[in-house]
Design a protein around this ligand. Structure first.
Ligand SMILES: Cc1cc2nc3c(=O)[nH]c(=O)nc-3n(C[C@H](O)[C@H](O)[C@H](O)COP(=O)(O)O)c2cc1C
Length: 322
């Protein structure tokens, strides 16, 4: 069984960190479908260190949302130490350090994927984190900065040497962002080079692609990202395929509507009605992707109140049933 340090992870399917997406309501929806380990959204070490109100509000943890890793981003050792002090006030199970974020305002400032250009600096930062926490530490990396500097194996060895307990690799370069195909071969090389567990990420979009990831890379776990957007059913579907080759049917419209309603209610509970409805609009688009409701989907982006959004969901159900 996969474990991150002393934390057993009963399933090898993991919910990937996604900024603006992996909040508590989203994680809980996926937990209900068999997700056993998840990460928070990427959280700024500085925002933690200086106790930004909005950041702290989002750190609340429910027992059913564990084991849970907090993902942090930063590049200043002193700030990281201060951030750890705050993290230790909460019941996170692991800490993941982001060396993968491609966004210019992060990577361009030597944080996130910017650290792929400085393996020794990354190693130093990981040592600081490992030394100042008793929680298992992981790092999330990409295959390299660009196609001329694919250095994931060196990076991974430096990271392992720093004392981390697991590594997540997105098999694309920083330059690729989310485009192009994932590179299975670099993930395999990283897996073969390390003794700690390796969790693979990239193009885990369908059960068949998740199975392909396991087969092509020999990884210990797969992180589901875009494949789980509006699609928590990917967890049981993938488990069924991996365990006995069974292809489970897609959910029917009533099941979809049930989950959409629950997710909306949880989002409103967590953020309050105004912000909750705004944040839910994108989930509505993902849940209804592929349904023949073009005009109704557009209306989701105009919904302002919980009533309006719930009413729209009922219209979608009626439209599909008709
Ligand atoms: C909207 C979005 C937000 C993301 N945010 C994060 C993040 O905060 N931290 C992180 O490590 N990766 C983040 N990722 C990357 C995913 O965790 C994952 O590695 C990537 O999407 C590749 O997997 P996929 O091709 O199966 O989607 C994000 C991806 C997307 C699409």
């Amino acid at each position: 069984m996969l474990s991150i340090g002393n934390i057993p992870i009963p399933s090898s399917l993991i919910l990937a960190p996604m900024a603006g997406i992996s909040d508590q309501p989203y994680r809980l929806v996926n937990r209900a479908f068999g997700c056993e380990f998840a990460f928070t959204e990427m959280t700024s070490a500085a925002a933690l260190a200086y106790r930004s109100g909005r950041t702290l509000e989002r750190l609340s943890i429910l027992p059913e949302d564990r084991p849970l890793g907090i993902q942090i981003v930063g590049a200043d050792p002193e700030i990281l130490k201060m951030a750890l002090d705050v993290i230790h006030e909460y019941s996170f199970d692991t800490i993941d350090f982001n060396a993968a974020c491609p966004v210019r305002k992060v990577a361009g400032k030597g944080k996130g994927a910017g650290l792929l250009l400085e393996p020794l600096k990354l190693q130093k930062l990981l040592k600081v984190i490992v030394k100042n926490t008793s929680l298992p530490v992981t790092v999330k990396i990409r295959s390299g900065w660009d196609e001329t500097s694919v250095n994931a194996v060196d990076i991974a060895l430096c990271a392992e040497d720093a004392g981390i307990q697991g590594l997540i690799i997105h098999g694309r370069t920083r330059d690729q962002r989310y485009k192009g195909r994932v590179d299975y071969s670099i993930i395999r090389k990283v897996k073969e080079a390390l003794t700690i567990p390796v969790i693979a990420s990239g193009d885990a979009l369908t059960p068949a692609l998740v199975r392909q990831m396991f087969e092509e890379t020999g990884c210990d776990g797969v992180a589901l990202a875009r494949g789980a957007l509006g699609n928590p059913w990917i967890f049981p579907q993938t488990m069924a395929l991996l365990q006995n080759g069974t292809v489970l049917p897609a959910p029917d419209i009533d099941e979809k509507i049930r989950v959409i309603r629950e997710h909306l209610a949880a989002t409103i509970d967590f953020y309050g009605e105004k912000l909750g409805v705004i944040l839910f609009r994108k989930f509505m688009a993902w849940y209804t992707k592929g349904l023949p409701i073009k005009e109704l989907r557009g209306k989701a982006f105009g919904a302002r109140t919980g009533d309006e959004m719930f009413h729209l969901i009922s219209r979608v159900q009626a439209h599909i049933a008709a």
